[in-house]
Structures are given as C-alpha cells and as structure tokens.
Design a protein around this ligand. Structure first.
Ligand SMILES: C[S@@+](CC[C@H](N)C(=O)[O-])C[C@H]1O[C@@H](n2cnc3c(N)ncnc32)[C@H](O)[C@@H]1O
Length: 270
C-alpha cells in the first residue's frame, strides 16, 4: 500500500474540514473566480475549496489520493446539486490523466504539499495549467508558532524517524524551496508570489473537542498517537497537544473554539 495514501485514508479528514469551511470560502472568494472557469483542486479533501468554487459557477475537478475523501466530496456536491463539481482519485505527483494546459486555475490548499516528490508535483501543476493561468497553494510553515505547524512538529517528535530520503511536507512553506521547485518546472522567480495568510479552525465546544477530532481523525496525529502508545507516552503527547490547543484558542469563550493558523500563500503565474 502507498504510505502517502494509507496516511490519509487511515483517518477521516472530513471531521477536521468541517471546522475550516469559513476560511475555505473566504480564500475562494479572493481568487477572482468567474463562471465557466476551469479549476483543478489538488488534494481537495471533501471540497472545502472545490465546493465554494463550484458555487461561483466554475467547472471544478477535485483530485485527491484518499478514496474515502473523494467519495465524501462527490456526496456533498450531489447533495448540493453541483453538477459542475466532480471528485476523482489521483496523485498530485503524477497527473497523467489530466491534459496539459487544461485548467485556468490550479488550487491546492494544504493538499499537494503532502505528496511525495515535490519537484514532480511542481512540474505537474505547471503542466496542467494553461499559459496565462494561475496556481495557488496554501502550505503550512515549518517552525511557525501557530496551530498546525505545532501539531506537525509535536506529532513528529513522537513518531519513528521518517524513511531515508523523505522530504518534509512543510518545506513547501519555505519560500526558497518554493522558488527552487517552480524554477525547476521552468518558471522565473518573478512569476511567484509568497505571502503569509491565515486559516481559522472554528467549532462549538472547548478546544479539547477540536483536539479530539485531530486525535481521532487526522492521519499524522493518529500515527503519532500509535507510536506514543507503543512507547508508553500517549498521555504525555495528549497533554502536550491539549496545552497547545488551549493556549491557541482565541474565541474569548471557553465553550467555543476559534484558532487561527498561519500559512504560506503561494501564487504562481504560468
Ligand atoms: C490537510 S488535508 C486538506 C484537504 C483540503 N484541501 C482542505 O482544505 O480541506 C490534505 C489532503 O491532501 C490529500 N493528499 C495527500 N497526499 C496527496 C497526494 N499525493 N495527491 C493528492 N492528494 C493528496 C489528502 O488525502 C487530504 O485530503
């Protein structure tokens, strides 16, 4: 089994995505989407960005490596009557089923960053975008003090060392790496804009409830918990995560959770 696919099919990211819908809509609203635009959402999950884009009238194709998330996305699109939004299984590092130059906009929010072989990912994103089109990526930033970068850091500290040659997904949050990868795909530095932006995780209930979603359904945290349990360190990991979630809650109401997280927003003109 492909370990990248296994990681995301192990959990159920829809449980986390449900807390990210507001930011997904805000981000999509900032992309200048017009009816009829052809959009690829890579690593789309169950459609946090694909579905609002389709609501604006775009022709949206969501591609994700996890079969359960593709099924959830198609279910949501069908329930909403969005015949212009279709989800299929695929790997961001090998988009052989998609034609060269066939999309006006390729969006990948915390998606393609998790695919192996980042040089292939950059090359494939550029290949399927039409000349004059755009790529927009959202990538978590290594060592950033906000929520997701810290979850990934803490989870990594309790997990076994990655296999030889593994390239950390958060290197997509380092501007120099982004420039190098799109440079290798043939794009000049001037075509690439990197800036910080924010996603907010929001749900009813205290931060412990959001943490329970990550512990129960987010592949990287689930794997860390499995490894910590095997080493008798599960309680220690849980306590570290609980302190993080509690400290980061900015709702001002202990019965509600609102946690902002900083990411690198990359816009590439092809
Ligand atoms: C953190 S979730 C984000 C999902 C969605 N973009 C959102 O904003 O809700 C990461 C997503 O990337 C997908 N993914 C991971 N590796 C992938 C790959 N190699 N190709 C395509 N999708 C991938 C996962 O299955 C998962 O749906």
């Amino acid at each position: 089994m492909n370990p990248n696919k296994a990681l995301w099919e192990k959990g159920d990211f829809t449980q986390i995505a449900a807390t990210m819908r507001g930011s997904g809509e805000t981000l999509v609203g900032s992309l200048g989407i017009r009816p009829g635009m052809k959009i690829l959402d890579l690593g789309c999950g169950d459609g946090t960005t694909a579905i609002p884009a389709a609501r604006l009238g775009a022709e949206v194709r969501g591609v994700d490596i996890a079969a359960n998330l593709v099924a959830s996305g198609n279910r949501r699109a069908q329930e909403l009557g969005l015949a212009n939004c279709r989800f299929t299984e695929g790997d961001a590092s090998d988009l052989r089923d998609l034609q060269t130059g066939s999309f006006d906009l390729v969006v990948s929010i915390f998606g393609a960053m998790f695919a192996p072989r980042p040089l292939d990912v950059a090359r494939e994103m550029v290949r399927v975008t039409r000349p004059g089109g755009r790529i927009v990526m959202g990538n978590w930033i290594p060592n950033d003090p906000t929520l997701v970068a810290q979850i990934l850091r803490i989870s990594g500290a309790y997990s076994p060392p990655p296999p030889e040659g593994f390239i950390s997904p958060v290197r997509w949050g380092v501007e120099a790496d982004v420039l190098e990868r799109f440079g290798a795909a043939g794009l000049p530095v001037a075509a690439i804009d990197c800036r910080r932006d924010t996603y907010v995780f929001e749900c009813e209930g205290p931060p412990a409830g959001l943490l329970a979603r990550f512990e129960g359904f987010y592949g990287p945290t689930m794997n860390a918990l499995d490894a910590a349990r095997a080493n008798g360190r599960e309680a220690e990991l849980h306590a570290e995560l609980e302190a993080l979630f509690t400290a980061q809650n900015q709702s001002g109401d202990p019965a509600r959770t609102s946690i902002p997280a900083t990411f690198l927003r990359v816009t590439v003109s092809v």
